[in-house]
Design a protein around this ligand. Structure first.
Ligand SMILES: [Fe+2]
Ligand SMILES: [Fe+2]
Length: 284
């Protein structure tokens, strides 16, 4: 589905993932990281401008009400992966990976390191929530580093200056450190900016272990899992579970650029894996 150009500054949704991977290029110093704007082209910058302006608490609550009841019908994991592949319309088939190939590549890197089956499965599932784009959501409501809404913005979020255009910035209650939340209330009570993480978590939470749920739900929460921000909202259980989120992150960041997965060869393994955890069809 082609989106209205004003809602789709990125040429492809994956341009955001590529920007994040560049930002955290292996071996980069903290100082180099803080120079992230050098890695952001004008389309990525425009994407963040829209994301930071549009992700208000009210917006997040509306999108959660719209999608998290899983009222969009039943579909199998594989059917959804195939549907997600239709996302990229003007990519180069010789060089660009399909969405399913990115998922398989991430999962294969996890498998090669000898991790448990549920961890490999999390790799395979983690970006399925990007189907939100096919539901007609603008890019800024599907991808982007996530951050809590309804409380003060951490300076560990990239492009913090764009929050000035977020209407929540005019609400004093939302600007304090804790905002609408209690100290160390636990992330389950905290509303993060809406996107593919929350949606894939909601769809799969009944079927995967809690460690995988955390990986799926928080894989784009870079301010927390990369920079240690928002610990004042996390509880001890979150802290423990974030070790898994951190374990997952390198596979998401650095699986791209590896060789193209031999899909036909590995497909039986993944069909088996998916049917070990999921019924034929689940609610989306
Ligand atoms: Fe993702
Ligand atoms: Fe990813």
């Amino acid at each position: 589905m082609k989106q209205a150009a004003e809602n789709a500054p990125l040429k492809e949704l994956d341009d955001w993932d590529d920007f994040v991977a560049t930002r955290y290029r292996q071996g980069k110093s903290e100082e180099e990281f803080r120079n992230y704007k050098a890695d952001a082209n004008p389309t990525v910058t425009e994407f963040y401008r829209q994301n930071h302006a549009g992700q208000t608490l009210d917006f997040v609550l509306r999108k959660k009400a719209e999608y998290c009841g899983l009222n969009r019908g039943k579909k199998g994991i594989w059917a959804m992966a195939e549907y997600l592949n239709t996302l990229v319309d003007d990519s180069d088939p010789d060089t660009d990976l399909t969405q399913t190939e990115h998922l398989l590549q991430t999962a294969e890197a996890i498998r090669k390191d000898g991790h448990p089956r549920w961890f490999i499965l999390a790799g395979f599932l983690h970006d399925l929530g990007k189907v939100l784009c096919l539901y007609g959501e603008p890019q800024w409501a599907v991808v982007g580093d996530t951050f809590p809404v309804g409380c003060g913005y951490s300076d560990q979020i990239v492009f913090p200056e764009f929050f000035a255009a977020n209407s929540d910035s005019a609400i004093p209650e939302y600007r304090t450190e804790y905002g609408i939340y209690e100290p160390n209330c636990g992330l389950d009570k905290v509303h993060l900016s809406f996107g593919h993480d929350e949606y894939v978590y909601q769809v799969t939470r009944r079927y995967v272990p809690e460690e995988a749920q955390y990986m799926l739900r928080y894989h784009s929460f870079y301010p927390a899992h990369r920079h240690g921000a928002y610990r004042h909202l996390m509880n001890a259980h979150d802290e423990r579970m974030f070790e898994w989120v951190r374990k997952f992150n390198p596979y998401d960041l650095y699986s791209k650029g590896r060789e193209r997965p031999k899909t036909q060869e590995i497909l039986p393994y993944y069909q088996d894996l998916v049917s070990e955890f999921f019924p034929d069809k689940i609610d989306w």
